[in-house]
Design a protein around this ligand. Structure first.
Ligand code: UD1
Ligand code: UDP
Length: 372
């Protein structure tokens, strides 16, 4: 089969790493990078260190408002899809790149395969929730990472398209942990010891764009730094708003807070597995904290991964005053959260990437049989 894979943002490069490798054993794959993420540390680094095949095209759409960015992608993707004439378009996750590619492929009647279909936050004010719902509803193959994600899709009437495959991020976690142990120097670089620091990442619009929420989060980190080291690889979106709201310097000058550039997947794997706690609004990092059995405090309205909460390893911080986060309450929850040690892994057995490729290939074979 000829598959066109569309990627654009950090979590998508990561999720594609093992699937691309597997897919290329029996199929032709063309990778289109939309250019949504363009900084080296959000894009190029992953292709290099995870051995992801170089994109065949980079559409260089860059940043913009949701509509501008998505529309630019759609115009360029339409041309590429028409030129390449793929048998299937392969998409990951819930970013604007996912949405743009899904709508464009659907209008050209191209079959769509969606990896990580089905998680729901039940909050349509979150842009990613809308991206994911629309993509799921116009896809041909839906690869659900967990039984709950599959259940969500059944409830929306999509049962015929659903395949419960396991989560590719769990495959990656198993595969790259060994490599990270051998090659990452991040502990030496940052002068860290095991379980001696809290790892934090923040990039959701709800947390970064609101001065009240960003202030509450940074004040909470300052408070927590009295008793903990903090490692904070900061997304450029977050840096932009920290500077805009005058919050950057105080964080940067605190010797117990390591405010650093985003790191590669291998360094992040080491930082995650050895943290005492993780404070984040990242969907992917919530799952990785669970895989690593590190307590996670999620600063978001809800989670797409309630499995991690049900098993006791993740807690969603929702305490707010007039709809804004409250600094002291964040500190309390982070200090007091202590998982009960349950651990049933509902994210599969580490073979999701292989399962996904088999299903895509079966689809290709059956489609040909039907046509002739
Ligand atoms: C996007 C995804 C989000 C995902 C995140 C992963 C959407 C709606 N959101 O959010 O689901 O969790 O990626 O990291 O698609 N910027 C740079 N350099 C870059 C990229 C972005 O400086 O290489 C800055 C720009 O100021 C830009 C801002 O970050 O305006 C936001 O970037 P954007 O791609 O729109 O969304 P993310 O917040 O990265
Ligand atoms: N990640 C990384 N370096 C960082 C921060 C995150 O490699 O500095 C990885 C993280 O381990 C996970 C993925 O990026 O695999 C999560 O992506 P992100 O938080 O950007 O997006 P989300 O998962 O929230 O969509």
């Amino acid at each position: 089969m000829k598959i066109v894979t569309v990627l654009g943002a950090r979590p998508q490069f990561i999720k594609a790493a093992l699937v691309s490798h597997e897919l290329r054993k029996n199929n032709e794959e063309i990778i289109i990078h939309t250019g949504q993420h363009y900084n080296i540390e959000l894009s190029e680094i992953f292709f290099k260190e995870m051995g992801i095949p170089q994109p065949d095209y980079n559409l260089e759409v860059g940043s913009g408002t949701h509509a501008t960015q998505t529309a630019r992608m759609m115009m360029k993707l339409e041309k590429k899809f028409q030129e390449e004439k793929p048998d299937m378009v392969l998409l990951y996750g819930d970013t604007n790149s996912t949405l743009a590619a899904a709508v464009t492929a659907s209008k050209l009647n191209l079959p769509i395969a969606h990896v990580e279909a089905g998680p729901r936050m039940y909050d349509k004010s979150v842009p990613e929730e809308v991206n994911r719902i629309i993509t799921d509803h116009i896809s041909t193959l839906l690869f659900a990472p967990t039984p709950l994600a599959a259940e969500n899709l059944y409830k929306e009437g999509l049962k015929d398209a659903v395949h419960l495959t396991g989560d590719v991020m769990y495959d990656l976690f198993l595969y790259f942990s060994k490599k990270a142990d051998k090659s990452s120097d991040i502990f030496d670089e940052l002068g860290l010891n095991n379980r001696e620091y809290i790892l934090t990442t923040i990039h959701r619009a709800r947390n970064t764009d609101s001065v009240e929420n960003l202030k509450a989060i940074t004040s909470a980190l300052q408070g927590l730094s009295a008793n903990n080291k903090i490692v904070f690889p900061a997304h450029p979106r977050t840096v932009k708003y920290l500077k805009k709201y005058g919050l950057y310097d105080a964080l940067d000058e605190n010797p117990d807070i390591q405010l650093i550039k985003p790191v590669g997947y291998l360094d992040m794997n080491i930082l995650t597995r050895n943290a005492s706690k993780i404070v984040t609004d990242s969907g992917g990092l919530q799952k990785e904290a669970f895989f690593a059995r590190v307590p996670c405090i999620t600063l978001d309205s809800s989670t797409g991964w309630p499995e991690t909460v049900n098993e006791g390893w993740n807690t969603i911080f929702t305490e707010s005053k007039n709809n804004f986060l409250v600094e002291n309450e964040i500190v309390k929850v982070v200090n007091n959260f202590s998982p009960q040690g349950k651990y049933e892994n509902v994210f599969g057995s580490g073979d999701a990437s292989k399962n996904i490729c088999k299903i895509i290939e079966n689809y290709g074979e059956n489609k040909h049989t039907k046509q002739f």
